[in-house]
Ligand binder design. Structure first.
Ligand code: HEC
Length: 476
């Protein structure tokens, strides 16, 4: 780094400062703008001065907003570290603003950057607002958008996005819960061989932490409640899959001491048959998961888990186990190049046994063989939160995040909703638009989880609206 202490005349200093300004102004939070040691100091400072309100995981509590994740990143995207620094320094800690040293604020923000997945580098985050004003906050990793997506898929993108017809009508009140229970946020829905519908919902809220409600709920084909189980076992039911034996597989994407970061297999009476991963251990390993998003089980019992929910942080991988649960292999390095993954949010199989991985952050579906060889990349189904393929190779893709503004979910020209087409040819034939009034204002809306029963009904599980919607072909 250039030194400031250069003895020159006034004009010379201005010139040097001007050069430095120009150089610094082109920086972004992806360029390694804090050091690892600083983030460690910052972690201690955060624990002492911020955690009581913003929470140990930076997820926010009550009025104190989250300092990590999509909401935080989209609030600050396009602004600078100078803005964030001054905002924090002048208003935080809320109960005694401005009482910490500039160094301590800088350290705490270094930790916030680290927690959000921005890389460390050789130089500390400065304590001067004017220098920090030269560091742009880019929620979206520039390299990820510039490479990869579309290289293999270019030929596939034919129709303009959002242009396909919608032959479906929606029923948001199909499922009848018992008195006293309401549907929580859901990203997992599936049907079994009897036509029953299984939903993983987050205990009437968007998390089951501290709740004893049963989050795995069974309905008959008419939407009548049958039973529920799993109370106290899961924190954040995320992916849900019903296998060839009508076993219910659920991933738990959150972690607290002794709970979470696991994949559960239940039989359809609710008996727990086995778990993968270690309860409460969020880590990348052959027998642990970081944030397991989704699971799919092949007809021969081979298990594939998509792991890693946070862009820029932790693993972004597919983990393969044999039918007995023994680790076979994993693949996926983080990034946007072909074969890389950033947020493998959803995974399913087609009739030929090809794995379709919905890589949400990269706005694409990557298709692999069962050994991890990349076969194709499709971007014509939007930004995938959920992908399901029925036995006739009709593919259903839920896009709950595309939006116009820069920042989280940036996918200009694409609208949210469900896209339906062929898993053989890649053609998109139908598009069910999301009905949320202000999609650009929310990081998620409309269905994330998706399934079709093979008899004309499509189910979309929604996080924001806390509902599971049933779509059937109806009058246009
Ligand atoms: C006494 C509780 C409390 C403490 C302690 C606290 N905050 Fe906050 N913080 C809040 C509340 C409440 C808000 C939301 C209201 C607002 O935006 O001013 C907030 C908002 C913020 C925001 C704006 C977030 C956004 O996306 O708009 C930042 C950044 C922030 N705090 C950082 C910090 C840091 C860093 C610390 C520790 C040095 C800290 N806070 C300590 C209560 C607290």
């Amino acid at each position: 780094m250039r030194k400031w202490a250069v003895a020159l005349g006034a004009g010379g200093v201005a010139l040097i400062a001007g050069e430095l300004w120009a150089q610094e102004a082109s920086k972004s939070v992806w360029d390694g703008v804090y050091t690892a040691a600083q983030a460690d100091r910052g972690q201690a400072a955060y624990a002492q001065n911020c955690a009581n309100c913003h929470g140990g995981q930076l997820a926010g509590t009550g009025e104190a907003k989250p300092l990590a994740g999509p909401e935080f990143l989209s609030n600050w995207n396009g602004l600078t570290m100078g803005d964030l620094f001054d905002r924090t320094r002048t208003t935080m800690p809320m109960d005694r603003p401005g009482t910490l040293s500039r160094e301590t604020y800088a350290d705490a923000l270094a930790y916030v950057l680290k927690f959000n997945g921005f890389p460390a580098g050789p130089t500390e985050l400065d304590r001067r607002s004017e220098v920090l004003a030269g560091i742009r906050i880019d929620a979206y990793k520039p390299a990820a958008s510039a490479t990869g997506a579309g290289v293999l898929a270019a030929a596939r993108v034919a129709d303009p996005p959002n242009s396909q017809p919608n032959p479906y009508v929606a029923d948001a009140n199909f499922f009848k819960l018992p008195a006293g229970r309401t549907m929580g946020s859901s990203s997992g829905v599936a049907t079994d061989s009897r036509g029953h519908i299984w939903i993983g919902e987050r205990c009437g809220a968007n998390s089951c932490a501290g709740s004893s409600l049963d989050p795995i709920v069974e309905f008959d084909a008419k939407g009548n409640f049958i039973k529920a189980f799993g109370g106290g076992m899961l924190l954040f039911p995320h992916g849900l899959f019903v296998d060839a034996h009508d076993h219910i597989w659920v991933t738990d994407g959150h972690t607290e001491p002794g709970k979470g970061a696991q994949v559960f297999e239940f039989d359809n009476t609710g008996k727990l048959l086995r778990t993968l991963g270690k309860a409460g251990v969020s880590a990348e390993g052959p027998d642990t998961f970081s944030e397991p998003n989704a699971v799919v089980v092949a007809p021969n019992g081979t298990i594939f888990v998509a792991d890693g929910h946070t862009p820029g942080k932790g693993p972004a991988r597919i983990v393969k186990f044999d039918a007995s649960g023994k680790f076979i292999k994993q693949w996926g390095t983080r990034g946007g190049a072909p074969g890389q993954l950033e947020v493998p949010h959803t995974i399913t199989l087609d009739s030929r046994g090809r794995l379709f991985v919905g890589d949400r952050w990269n706005n694409r579906i990557s298709i692999f063989d069962q050994d991890g060889k990349l076969l194709d990349i499709w971007s014509q189904f939007g930004r995938p939160s959920g992908v399901y393929i029925d036995r006739n190779d009709v593919i259903y893709v839920a896009d709950s995040e595309s939006r116009e503004p820069e920042g989280y979910g940036h996918h200009p020209g694409w609208k949210r909703g469900i896209r339906i087409g062929s898993a053989r040819t890649g053609e998109v034939t139908a598009y069910i638009p999301d009905t949320a009034p202000n999609p650009d204002k929310e990081s998620t809306s409309g269905p994330e989880g998706i399934w079709a029963d093979g008899h004309g009904a499509v189910y979309g599980a929604q996080v924001l609206q806390k509902a599971v919607v049933r779509y059937t072909r109806g009058k246009p």
